[in-house]
Design a protein around this ligand. Structure first.
Ligand code: MN
Length: 298
C-alpha cells in the first residue's frame, strides 16, 4: 500500500521504500537533478537482490555495503550523478530466530512501539544529532536547526561505508516503524506515539495519519513510512502460503478516495499447524512522498 501526494508544485520524490518480507527498508536520496532519486532506487534495488535465506546482521551489512558500492560506482560513471547519496534503514526479520537484524546509515530511522512505548532504535548520523549527543543542542533546537537535514554518513558518497548493525528480539504485539526524516523533522516522538496509540490496531490508518500529520505540520520533505507488526502465530506448514509479498506500487493519490487493498498479509503458517512460533504479518508498506517545496530538499 502506498501513497504519493504531489502537492501543487513540481514533485521530486527521492524517497524509496521496500516491503519484501522478511526485508523492509527506507532510503532517502540526495543529489542534484534526479540523482537523489537514482541513489535511493539503486540502494533499494540492491537490497532487493538479497540471496534467499539471508539472515542476520552480517547479511544486512553485506547488502548495504553492496548497495553503497553500486551507487558510488554509478556516481563515478555519470557526471550528472556525481556526489549523489542516500540514507538507508533496513530491517531483515528472522522468523525462526524471532529477531530482526537492522542496518542503518544516515538519518532515516527505525522505531519500535511496544507496550505503549515508542523507542528509537537507530542513531541518526546527522550534524544535529551529534550536537544533541554532545549536549550542545536540545532536541527542540535540533528540529529547527538550519542544518537539520545535513547528514554525516551516507550511502554512495565513498567507496566503502560504515554500517550500523544490530539485532533486536521480536515480541508479539510489537510494531516497527521505518521512516525518512520527512516524518521525524515534522513530528516529535510523542506525536508519533499518540497516533500509534490511536490507530494501533489499524496500520493502514496509522500510516495515513502519520503522513497527514507530517504534511499538516509543513510537509517540507518527502515522507516515507514502512510499518510491520509482529503477531503470535504458527510455523510454516509448507503449503505455499509462505510466498513473499510483492509490494503494491504506490498509486498516485487521487482526489477521490480509492479502496485500498488489504494491508494485512500473512506469510508463514496455515492455521492448525502444531508448533507455536512467531508468525509475522507483514502489515504495511507505505511510501508517501510529499514534496511541497520546489527546490530539492533531502
Ligand atoms: Mn528527507
Amino acid at each position: 500500500m502506498g501513497r504519493t501526494d504531489t502537492g501543487r508544485r513540481r514533485v521530486h520524490n527521492e524517497d524509496v521504500f521496500l516491503c519484501d518480507p522478511p526485508l523492509y527498508a527506507v532510503a532517502d536520496g540526495m543529489g542534484g537533478a534526479q540523482a537523489g532519486e537514482l541513489a535511493s532506487q539503486l540502494a533499494v534495488a540492491a537490497l532487493a537482490e538479497r540471496p534467499h535465506g539471508a539472515a542476520g546482521e552480517d547479511a544486512v551489512e553485506a547488502l548495504v555495503r553492496e548497495a553503497n558500492r553500486r551507487i558510488f560506482r554509478r556516481s563515478l560513471e555519470d557526471p550528472a550523478a556525481a556526489g549523489m547519496g542516500t540514507t538507508v534503514t533496513a530491517a531483515l526479520v528472522d522468523e525462526d530466530a524471532g529477531t530482526a537484524a537492522l542496518g542503518h546509515v544516515g538519518d532515516s530511522r527505525a522505531y519500535r512501539i511496544r507496550g505503549g512505548v515508542l523507542e528509537q532504535l537507530t542513531t541518526d548520523h546527522s550534524v544535529v544529532a551529534e550536537l544533541v549527543r554532545a549536549g550542545r543542542l536540545t532536541e527542540e533546537e535540533a528540529l529547527e536547526h538550519p542544518y537539520r537535514s545535513a547528514i554525516t554518513r551516507a550511502l554512495g558518497t565513498e567507496e566503502d561505508v560504515d554500517v550500523d548493525t544490530f539485532t533486536v528480539p521480536l515480541q508479539p504485539g510489537d510494531t516497527y516503524l521505518l521512516c525518512s526524516d520527512g516524518l521525524t523533522s515534522m513530528m516529535r516522538d510523542e506525536e508519533i506515539l499518540g497516533l500509534a496509540s490511536a490507530y494501533g490496531d489499524d496500520p493502514d490508518a496509522l500510516a495515513d495519519a502519520l503522513i497527514d500529520a507530517a504534511n499538516a505540520a509543513g510537509g517540507e520533505d518527502n515522507i516515507t513510512v514502512v510499518l510491520f507488526e509482529i503477531v503470535a502465530g504458527e510455523p510454516v506448514s509448507g503449503d505455499g502460503r509462505g510466498a513473499p509479498v510483492v509490494p503494491v506500487p504506490a498509486p498516485v493519490h487521487a482526489a477521490a478516495p480509492e479502496p485500498r487493498p488489504t494491508s494485512v498479509r500473512r506469510w508463514g503458517a496455515a492455521a492448525g499447524s502444531r508448533w507455536p512460533a512467531l508468525l509475522l504479518i507483514a502489515v504495511v508498506a507505505i511510501a508517501a512522498a510529499l514534496l511541497i517545496l520546489l527546490g530539492f530538499t533531502r
